[in-house]
Design a protein around this ligand. Structure first.
Ligand code: ZN
Length: 244
């Protein structure tokens, strides 16, 4: 922002977030400085200087904005791609349970299995049907580290993403979507069987259920929940049964 109390001062604060008014004020200060120093210029030269100053002033700021945007984008990639988590050995994931009906999915059924209709996860519903499972507990399938716990919006609703490191060093991610509530916090270490949230229906978009994914690629974006390309995804129920 331009310091308004010193018209002829060439000192400006940060260019971040400059508005059209700020740009105009900045251009005015620079132009007035030029005109003040050369009082005998003819009118055509003055207009030329004004237009040139405005052009370069705007161009300079737009270049700065491009650099800032690029930096932000690079930072985002760094955050998403960063999997060099210093994993606490007290939270190694020795064994896995089902995320509902602790620990064996008692009282629940998998209404849409992995790759049924190109589904990338399992849809867990209570056998009692409808919205009867709304608010039921969701449990962490294993010890782990909460890397994401937020409302993602759109069709996802509240999403919890947990990183698990196994004894063989392999790291996988569990993802719990459409949660009615989130109980854990990001960067929290959690134990297998801990209640981390409750089953939801994303403000009535669906009948209440838990959309549950397991991923072996920790750098995948949240995605769409459906695809016949399963690279980086695991069949959740198959994996859990093999790693009890
Ligand atoms: Zn689903």
């Amino acid at each position: 922002m331009v310091k308004s109390n010193c018209l002829f001062s060439p000192t400006y604060e940060s260019p971040r977030g400059l508005s059209i008014c700020d740009l105009f004020a900045k251009f005015s200060v620079e132009t007035l400085n030029v005109l003040y120093k050369t009082p005998k210029m003819n009118q055509r030269t003055q207009i030329f200087i004004i237009l040139t100053s405005l052009f370069f002033s705007c161009k300079q700021e737009s270049n700065k904005q491009v650099v800032e945007n690029k930096t932000n984008a690079e930072n985002e990639i760094t955050i998403v791609k960063k999997t060099e988590l210093v994993y606490d050995i007290n939270f190694i994931s020795n064994s896995f349970d089902f995320p509902v009906g602790k620990p064996d999915a008692n009282g629940y059924y998998n209404a849409q299995k992995f790759q049924e209709n190109m589904h990338l996860g399992d849809d867990w519903n209570a056998v009692t049907g409808g919205n009867s499972d709304l608010g039921d507990p969701i449990y962490s399938v294993a010890n782990g580290y909460v890397k994401y716990a937020q409302d993602y919006g759109s069709g996802w609703g509240n999403v919890i993403r947990v990183i698990h490191k196994m004894q063989n060093g392999k790291m996988i991610e569990s993802l719990y979507a459409h949660c009615d509530t989130i109980i854990v916090k990001e960067k929290q270490w959690i134990k297998r069987g801990m209640k981390i949230g409750t089953i939801g229906n994303v403000d009535g978009q669906y009948l209440a259920h838990l959309h549950f994914e397991l991923r072996e690629d920790l750098d995948l974006p949240i995605g769409y929940g459906y695809s016949d390309i399963t690279t980086g995804y695991l069949d959740p129920s198959k994996f859990i049964k093999e790693n009890r």
